[in-house]
Each structure stands twice: as structure tokens, then as C-alpha cells.
Design a protein around this ligand. Structure first.
Ligand code: PLP
Length: 404
């Protein structure tokens, strides 16, 4: 008889870099999830902005199954049809001319940062190598990206750190003007900081970044791993601002739960990644790209994108109503279905407690720092699922308020 795994196995066999909830999910459908004991949850977390088309999406399942019957993996010694189709679609719908596929957001950012440094090196010389990012930014956990990220706690104890990295204040023009100069190779920014607290870049700020990057021949990289691919109601975030970056990085929604990521750039910049300059065993894997193709077709439809904007307001209205009764939220921010709810000063550091209570009440939520609740549900979550999830959020906040 098979022995059913339990949470003790997690602590016995898996390195404790995570602290999972105490129930193990076994099945998902749309924006509902069931755990081992059969209890049902509404999913407002979306696998941290990954499950853009919900769980067990029939179109994605058939794309995966169909490809599974053909060919799984080839390596980049060969190319494959799904990767070629997806690259073509991405190029057709964006400013970009070329795509580099990989498997995670960190890997896409690593590629972008390496590309920027190589570009500066080839066109301007090795002294032009400084990467500027922003406080609170999150770009991944590889050695380079974790140091480029703006949270010191994530890179603590892994020194010596790579050099040539500076941090500016998000949405602060003076801060970036002081740092950027002819030695700057690239500026990397999340148009909407996700892990850092759902901080939305101001239009004027990104516009000035574009101007400064042009002035100093630095590349502008938009990390759209969390806020891209339909998440904010435009196919890509740069389209919301109408500001053209030189490189964008994508992950999460692009594979809807299958590990797939990409870096997009122009021919002029991309040419410095010549044969052998970079690579990834799983980059452009046929299974991942088969899912990616179907996900792309669905997410880029105008009905899904306009639905995201409508659902944003539905979520916001519910949250405002809850706050009218309980007065615990300071601010609701974000765009589309990347929503941050900041707790007011009486409830500082209580984010985790609310998450735990929500889970006990059948609702999966996220946080983004200690004081901010985050919602990043499926882009096609139904109105009924939103209503039900909000009833559970109401119950959660009522209980939380009683306890506090
Ligand atoms: N960049 C951003 C903006 C992210 O939100 C994340 C993950 O949360 C990453 C990069 C890293 O992605 P991954 O965990 O797939 O490496």
C-alpha cells in the first residue's frame, strides 16, 4: 500500500527554506483548491501570480498532453516547433526582435543582466559595467540577481558579493539622477514592485528613466516576471506606460504553472549574445513552450485583458466595503489583478497572522512584506469565485479584528 506523504515529511526531507501551510493541496480546478482531507479553498494567491489561467485549465492540459505524446526534450542542439511558434508570437506582439527562453524569473533576469554587461563591454568598453536597481526590488535568488535585488536580508551571508551594483530609491528622481552616469551599463526595474509591496512606478519616473538611459547609453530593463503577461490588464506592463524598454524579462504567467521564462530584446542588443555566449539546458523545452503557446493565445485575447481590468474594480469594491466596517486597511494599490492591501498603523507586522487566519477560513492569500496583503489570482477567476473568496476574507478580517 502506498503511504500518503504528510507535512512531517517536509521537515524531514526538504531543506527548510520554506514554511508551508499545514495542509497539502492535492487538486485544483479554476480558482478552487482541495487539500488532502477534502476541504476546499478559494485561491486568491494564484501560485504567486503564476496560475494566470487557473488550475486544470482544459486548453493547457490538452496542449501539454498533445506535446507529451510527441516529444518532451531535445536540448538546444536542436530547435523545436513549439519554441519557434512562441518566439514568433512574442516578437510579433512586442518591441522585441529576439527571444531567449529559460525556466525561471531569476534565470531570465540573470540573462538580461549578463546581456547588458556584454553589450556595454562590446560597444563602450569594460569600465561601463554598473547595474542600477531599486530598494525593495526583487529579481530572483541566483547569486547575481539576489545582489541586484533591493532587500539586503536575501543576500546576507553569501559574500563576497558581485561588484558593480548600486541601488536607488523607487519613484525618486533625485536618487536615480545622482547615481546614473556614463559608467552605468543598465537600469533594471519592476514597473510594479511585487515582493517589495505592490509599489506602482509613476509614469513620470519611468519616462525620466528612459530619458536618462538614452542620455548615458545605458540599457533599460523591465522585470515583468510578476507584472507582465496580462497581469495588469495589458499584455505587458510597458504597454500600460507606453514606454519602450530595451529588454523585458518574463516568467510566472507565461507558463501558467509550467516552468517557462523568457528574455526579450532588440536585434541590436541581442547580437552580442553570439554563439556560446549564454545558454540553458531547458530553455525552450517543447513541453513548456507548448503550454506557453496556448497560454499566450488565451491571455492576449481582448476579452481576458479587459476582464482583468473589470475584476480589479470588483476586488477593490469588496475590499473597500470590508474596510468600511473594520477600518484596518491604510491603502489599496496595484493594477489589474496584482493588488496590494496595506494594513494601517494599528496592525503593523500582522500580515502573516491574517494569512494564517485566511487559510483557516478557506482562503489562500499572499503577503508582500509584513504589512501588505497581496492578491494575484487567476486572470480568469469567475465572479462567483471572487464573491465566495470575499465572504471568506470578510470572515477572516472579522475574526482578526476580534482577536486584536
Ligand atoms: N522577478 C520578479 C519581479 C519576481 O517577482 C520574481 C519572483 O517572485 C522573480 C524575478 C524570480 O522569479 P523565479 O522565482 O521564477 O526565479
Amino acid at each position: 500500500m502506498n503511504i500518503i506523504p504528510n507535512l512531517k515529511d517536509f521537515y524531514n526531507y526538504i531543506l527548510p527554506v520554506y514554511s508551508p501551510q499545514n495542509k497539502i493541496p492535492v487538486k485544483g480546478q479554476g480558482s478552487k483548491i482541495w487539500v488532502q482531507d477534502g476541504s476546499e479553498y478559494i485561491d486568491f494567491a494564484g501560485g504567486i501570480a503564476v496560475n494566470a489561467l487557473g488550475h486544470s485549465n482544459p486548453a493547457l492540459i490538452s496542449a501539454l498532453k498533445e506535446q507529451a505524446d510527441k516529444i518532451w526534450h531535445l536540448s538546444n542542439l536542436y530547435t523545436n516547433e513549439p519554441a519557434l511558434c512562441l518566439a514568433k508570437k512574442l516578437v510579433k506582439k512586442t518591441f522585441a526582435d529576439k527571444v531567449f527562453f529559460c525556466s525561471s524569473g531569476a534565470e531570465a533576469n540573470e540573462a538580461a543582466l549578463k546581456l547588458a554587461r556584454r553589450y556595454s563591454y562590446e560597444f563602450f568598453g569594460s569600465q561601463k559595467n554598473i547595474i542600477i536597481s531599486f530598494n525593495k526590488a526583487f529579481h530572483g535568488r541566483t547569486f547575481f540577481t539576489v545582489n541586484v535585488g533591493g532587500k539586503k536580508k536575501y543576500s546576507k551571508g553569501f559574500g563576497p558579493a558581485p561588484t558593480g551594483i548600486r541601488h536607488a530609491e523607487f519613484n525618486n528622481l533625485n536618487s536615480i539622477r545622482k547615481l546614473i552616469n556614463t559608467y552605468t551599463s543598465a537600469v533594471i526595474i519592476e514597473p510594479i514592485q511585487g515582493e517589495g509591496g505592490i509599489n506602482v512606478a509613476e509614469y513620470y519616473f519611468l519616462e525620466e528613466l528612459r530619458y536618462l538611459c538614452n542620455k548615458y547609453n545605458a540599457l533599460l530593463i523591465f522585470d515583468e516576471v510578476q507584472c507582465g503577461m496580462g497581469r495588469i490588464g495589458k499584455l505587458f506592463s510597458y504597454m500600460h506606460y507606453n514606454i519602450r524598454p530595451d529588454i523585458i524579462t518574463l516568467a510566472k504567467s507565461i507558463g501558467c504553472g509550467f516552468p517557462l521564462a523568457a528574455m526579450l530584446t532588440t536585434d541590436k542588443i541581442g547580437q552580442v549574445f553570439s554563439l556560446g555566449a549564454h545558454g540553458s539546458t531547458y530553455g525552450g523545452n517543447p513541453l513548456a513552450c507548448a503550454v506557453g503557446n496556448t497560454a499566450f493565445d488565451i491571455i492576449s485575447s481582448s476579452s481576458v485583458l479587459s476582464g482583468v481590468v473589470k475584476k480589479h474594480y470588483l476586488f477593490k469594491n469588496h475590499i473597500k466595503r470590508i474596510n468600511l466596517e473594520f477600518d484596518i486597511f491604510k491603502e489599496i494599490r496595484g493594477l489589474g489583478l496584482l493588488i496590494g492591501i496595506e494594513l494601517n498603523k494599528n496592525y503593523l507586522n500582522k500580515g502573516r497572522e491574517i494569512l494564517k487566519l485566511a487559510f483557516e477560513n478557506g482562503l489562500m492569500l499572499l503577503n508582500a512584506g509584513k504589512n501588505i496583503l497581496r492578491l494575484a489570482p487567476s486572470l480568469i477567476i469567475s465572479n462567483e469565485e471572487i464573491e465566495e473568496g470575499m465572504k471568506r476574507l470578510y470572515k477572516t478580517i472579522k475574526k482578526f479584528k476580534k482577536n486584536n
